[in-house]
Design a protein around this ligand. Structure first.
Ligand SMILES: *Cc1c(COP(=O)(O)O)cnc(C)c1O
Length: 399
């Protein structure tokens, strides 16, 4: 080991700790769900109400998904031990790609190990140095990284600011770009706000640009049949990326859906596809079952929307500052990282599992508790949590 290297790393860690930015992970010993058991040092695990999972439809411990995963493991084994193009493709992988494409209204789809990989993969093969990519300022880290990996000229517009997007489209056109791609999250995950895809689509059409949408926090529970934000806005994305790690069962896996030549080229050139293992059959089989459930889950979507409305109204009545909106992501704004951490800790004592979000995940001074609703939460769970938020808010002088 090079002299001083571990001292240097230790000093960086000490700096993170001193700034109050250290993240600590809790160990859950039960399935993911509305209530989870969290390991406590030296004590039996503690039951806690979970308000920070991306388990929007409550499918993470659904017996139908567990059965589908078990069945796919029995029929196709545990692991693929190969990338897709060598010997990692099963009939289940292709069935899932076709099923996704048909559900989401695209020609075809391609699977990745995660949406982080899908976003890392999608730009570089499709855009060259003659091209431009214009990215919303609040886009997910994986989009930012994916754009860094491609040679296209980069432009950025202020979050949701359509006048700025238009200015960037004009700048890209004036710069002589061959193709322009506008990239946006369908839902901005730290704020729980929606992109105005109707307006983005109209500007893309006006300037002859492509629209890429990352719909991780929408697919399965937003829009008709859970098809996500483009369907909700009545438009189509040229390229759509998404995850199986959130509403669709919460395991892992991502995808890109789009026009046939786009998917065909990604299969030839996308580096995280070519140089990384195929998804295991259990995940693929369960994802197929999750889509079957999500497509017809209007009851779960209705419960989720009711929970989100009740939760927002309850927090507002207590006097908390929320970011406005109607997505099941409900951020409770606190400002300081140490306050947000103290708040999360105090809620933990009350039996509520929440997580503080602070720099570098959100800007400095914009720390928050990001609460998330799901369809598995019952009304009494939410009222239990509202009472605890009230006590902690008063104790910490937030309300
Ligand atoms: C969660 C998320 C991702 C990453 O998805 P994984 O499948 O967990 O890698 C990408 N983009 C957005 C907007 C997300 O919220």
């Amino acid at each position: 080991m090079a002299d001083g290297f571990l001292d240097h790393v230790g000093a960086v860690l000490a700096g993170i700790e001193a700034e109050g930015l250290m993240k600590r992970e809790r160990e859950i010993t039960s399935p993911q769900g509305a209530w989870v058991t969290v390991a406590q040092p030296g004590e039996p695990g503690r039951r806690m109400l979970n308000l920070c999972a991306n388990n929007y439809l409550g499918l993470a411990d659904d017996p139908r998904l567990i059965a589908a995963a078990t069945q796919a493991t029995a029929s196709h084994g545990y692991g693929m031990a190969s990338v897709r193009f060598i010997c990692g493709t099963t009939d289940l992988h292709r069935a899932l790609e076709r099923r996704l494409a048909a559900w989401l209204g695209h020609d075809d789809a391609i699977l990745f190990a995660a949406c982080f990989d899908a976003n890392g993969a999608v730009f570089e093969p499709l855009l060259g140095e003659e091209d431009a990519v214009i990215s919303d300022g609040l886009n997910h880290a994986s989009i930012i990284d994916g754009i860094r990996l491609c040679k296209a000229r980069r432009f950025r517009f202020a979050n949701g600011d359509m006048a700025d997007l238009q200015a960037q489209l004009q700048a890209a056109r004036a710069g002589g770009a061959r193709f322009i791609m506008v990239a946006t999250d369908g839902v901005f995950s730290m704020d729980g706000t929606f992109a105005d895809l109707g307006a983005v689509r109209a500007l893309c059409d006006q300037y002859g640009a492509l629209m890429m949408v990352d719909d991780c926090h929408a697919t399965g529970f937003i829009g008709p049949k859970g098809k996500g934000t483009p369907a909700q806005a009545g438009v189509s994305a040229d390229i759509l990326t998404g995850t199986f790690g959130k509403a669709l069962g919460g395991a892992l896996g991502g995808y890109v859906a789009g026009a046939q030549p786009v998917i065909d080229l990604l299969r030839q050139r996308a580096r995280p596809y070519l140089f990384s293992n195929a998804l295991p059959p259990a995940v693929v089989g369960a994802a197929l079952a999750a889509i079957d459930i999500a497509e017809v889950a209007s009851d779960l979507r209705a419960r989720l929307a009711e929970n989100a409305a009740h939760w927002r109204a309850g927090l507002e009545a207590l006097g908390f500052t929320l970011l406005p909106g109607h997505h099941p992501i409900v951020p409770v704004m606190l400002g300081d990282a140490p306050l947000a951490q103290a708040f999360a800790r105090a809620l933990g004592e009350e039996g509520i599992l929440v997580s503080a979000f602070f720099f570098p995940v959100v800007p400095r001074g914009r720390a928050r508790i990001r609460t998330q609703m799901n369809a598995a939460l019952r009304r009494e769970d939410l009222d239990f949590a509202l009472a605890a938020f009230g006590r902690v808010g008063k104790a910490l002088g937030v309300i």
